[in-house]
Design a protein around this ligand. Structure first.
Ligand code: ADP
Ligand code: MG
Length: 711
């Protein structure tokens, strides 16, 4: 199993790195090819000089002229003021920081070349902090690249590093030219030519084609990148296909010494657990649940490890599907693990699964970080002996000390909350070189375009139907100034015996602030609602306290639960019918949708109030308004996800998976759908007919990161 840490592979540096070298590291620019693929954000045109007569405000201009005047102004903020004259006009140069040497270079009478943005104003044309050098030097023959950078890494240093990388990088072509002609790329635009051009375009290029990435050199890069992504995922899929997982059929169970089935006889119960569970559930499965159960069961019957994503909107009933998958596994005589991202969520799963499975004689073990040592030891023993057929818990499940007797199925809830490394670790719990089957669940549906590119290696099952009898949630967007009305509404709901969630945003820069906000709201609501139990739940509370608060709310004694986003995922209290989200403008769209999914689980009409505040601004930002509008207009997770993708772009949307895997830097899955389709088709062909080239291609683009895609 590869170490999923990017730094572990790097040799210890022999001498300490300089500041800029460290910054290069930080940007991931280690290999020559990484530098060569670090493409400019934009370009500056230093290939020509313009006359001051012809410049326009806002334009970046390069001008040569004579210094007519130079003085240090001391009144107000200290600054160096220089007047430049090029024979057609004058321009004032302003410097707020400057060294004596610079002042000398700008002495009256000197001929200089300056570059900067032209501004207007009552002083006439002005440039703030232009770059300058003596006049008369040669002009650049290509546009000057401006690279994305970080503090401590000057452009000039980065430019030299990129040029050196470009010169040293191995850039042989890995895509046979017949395939390139399919997307209209001429042989001229090979990798070396394309990269050289993108770093130093000739001045005759139409800048627009560089900006909108439609230039053939850009097309080449995007095609390369998409192919690398498809290749690595296909490779991962094929590698998995040769791995072996236990086929979870009941026939096998007879040959592979079955685990005790609870009746103590040592024989599998006559009726499979799967059937018994279905028969005892208090509801019938929806059509969509039945379909995904069949898809999953089919996979579990194979000896190829399952690698499936189960997506379904909040409240669509994924938990019971997980339970049925576990039943298939247990019926076959193997163990199943279910891992959830938070303790609260794991607790809820545990309670639900124990409620369903315990009466059927199944032992469910429980593992979390906060567990008492004694209980933990007992659980570990149950797991190691195989007596516990199902293990539910948090990250604690993947710790080294946890030894499964025979793990065959790992279920990960809210998979986007887990890092890739954690998923790898779960797969690392191998038994006799057999891989466990993997079922990942998510309530954030992935739009088709993203699924095709980022999740090409994954099989997807979708629950596209909610259980019957749900009443749609009414969503209202309300200005925080009308908070009193909202509190009045809460009072009404409480009088009807309902419960309310009040969510305060997590302020990322400051946990302390976030806590204060929640604490204040809690105090306010407690005062405004005498006789009502108002609870507080926040991320820094000790687990035991969290659990106590949750059980009061779940039990119905607590009327209002004020909380930071800890209730974001998976909490299930059907009697809660109103959710108030404070500072809704600070939340992402998918996050809001997840939160809202906590209500509308019972038969009562449910509502969600999105309180927003504009702070000091006169109105909300356009994106914030768009988000809130989308929430009010739609209850459909897929629609919301689609809008979220539009508003945020794939980068942020992807969450954890991007951290280790290849996030597309150049291509855009929506705009470059044509190239994506081409890459999808080409990838299997490359792997079959040109395996060495394919390997080289993936290595170039992904380096060590390709491993992550296997998770
Ligand atoms: P999610 O997909 O968000 O994880 P849950 O699994 O928590 O959803 O299910 C939401 C609620 O719906 C639970 O109370 C669950 O018991 C209930 N439920 C699930 N499937 C059905 C069904 N087919 N009919 C009625 N209720 C169901
Ligand atoms: Mg859930």
């Amino acid at each position: 199993m590869p170490k999923p840490s990017a730094t572990s592979a790097a040799a210890p540096p022999t001498k300490p790195l300089s500041g800029p070298q460290k910054a290069l590291r930080k940007l991931g620019l280690d290999r020559p090819i990484d530098l060569a693929l670090h493409l400019p954000l934009r370009y500056e045109d230093e290939t020509r000089l313009v006359k001051l007569r012809d410049v326009r405000e806002g334009e970046l201009a390069q001008v040569e002229g004579t210094v007519r005047h130079c003085e240090v102004r001391i009144t107000g903020s200290r600054q160096l003021l220089v007047t430049l004259d090029d024979g057609t006009g004058t321009c004032l140069l302003r410097f707020f920081t400057f060294y004596p040497s610079q002042q000398k270079a700008l002495a009256v009478g000197n001929q200089i070349r300056v570059r900067g943005e032209i501004r207007g104003g009552f002083a006439g044309l002005t440039m703030m902090h232009p770059t300058f050098k003596p006049a008369g030097g040669p002009l650049a023959t290509a546009l000057t690249p401006v690279y994305p950078t970080v503090a401590g890494l000057p452009q000039a240093y980065l430019r030299r590093a990129v040029d050196a990388g470009l010169a040293r990088a191995e850039l042989v072509d890995t895509i046979p030219s017949v395939h390139l002609s399919q997307i209209g790329l001429q042989p001229k635009w090979n990798m070396r030519q394309s990269l050289s051009f993108l770093h130093h375009p000739t001045p005759d290029v139409t800048l627009a084609t560089l900006q909108d990435h439609s230039h053939p050199a850009w097309q080449r890069l995007k095609a390369e990148e998409l192919l690398a992504q498809q290749l690595s995922q296909l490779q991962a899929k094929r590698e998995r296909a040769v791995l072996r997982a236990p086929a979870l059929t009941t026939d096998d169970a007879l040959t592979l010494s079955p685990l005790p089935q609870g009746d103590g006889s040592g024989h599998p119960a006559r009726q499979p657990l799967y059937e018994r569970l279905l028969a005892t559930l208090p509801f019938a499965l929806t059509g969509a649940q039945r379909r995904v159960c069949e898809e999953i069961t089919h996979d579990l019957h194979q000896t190829v490890p399952m690698h499936r994503l189960l997506q379904g909107d909040v409240g669509s009933g994924k938990t019971v599907v997980a339970a049925l998958a576990a039943a298939v596994c247990i019926d076959a005589g193997w163990q199943c693990a279910l891992m959830a991202p938070t303790e609260i969520l794991a607790t809820q799963h545990f309670a639900k699964l124990v409620g369903w499975l315990h009466p059927l004689g199944i032992i469910v073990a429980w593992l979390t970080g906060s567990q008492k040592a004694k209980e933990r030891r007992e659980m570990l023993a149950l797991i190691a002996s195989g007596q516990a057929q199902l293990v539910v818990g948090t990250h604690a499940i993947i710790q080294d000390k946890v030894q499964f007797h025979r793990l065959a199925l790992a279920i990960i809830d809210e998979q986007h909350r887990f890092g890739v490394a954690q998923r790898l670790a779960l797969r690392g719990k191998l038994v006799d070189a057999l891989e466990p089957h993997l079922l990942m669940m998510t309530a954030t549906p992935i739009p088709r375009t993203l699924a095709m590119s980022y999740y090409a290696d994954l099989d997807v099952s979708t629950i596209d139907e909610l259980p019957p009898g749900r009443t749609p949630i009414i969503t209202k967007v309300v200005n925080d100034a009308r908070r009193d009305e909202v509190v009045a509404r809460i009072r009404g709901q409480i009088a009807e015996g309902r419960q309310i969630y009040w969510v305060c945003p997590l302020i990322e820069e400051s946990e302390a602030l976030d806590l204060r906000n929640a604490t204040e709201t809690h105090a306010q609501l407690s005062a405004a609602l005498p006789g009502v139990m108002v609870g507080l739940l926040h991320s820094r509370m000790p687990v035991a306290e969290k659990r106590a608060v949750m059980s009061l709310f779940t039990g119905g004694q607590m009327g209002v639960l004020v909380s930071t986003t800890v209730i974001e995922v998976g909490v299930d209290v059907p009697n809660a019918s109103l959710m108030v989200i404070e500072h809704a403008e600070r939340f992402g769209l998918s996050q809001l949708h997840q939160l809202r999914g906590r209500v509308g689980r019972g038969a009562a009409a449910s509502a969600c109030v999105l309180l927003y505040s504009t702070g000091d601004a006169p109105r909300l930002s356009e994106t914030a308004r768009e988000r809130l509008r989308a929430m009010a207009e739609s209850n459909d997770g897929f629609e919301i996800a689609r809008r979220d993708l539009e508003i945020r772009g794939p980068g942020e949307f992807m969450g954890a998976r991007q951290s280790g895997a290849a996030l597309l830097r150049f291509a855009d899955v929506v705009a470059d759908a044509g190239l994506l389709a081409w890459a999808r088709e080409l990838a299997p062909l490359m792997l079959d007919q040109h395996p060495a080239l394919a390997q080289q291609h993936v290595l170039r683009w992904l380096g060590g990161k390709a491993e992550f895609l296997k998770a």
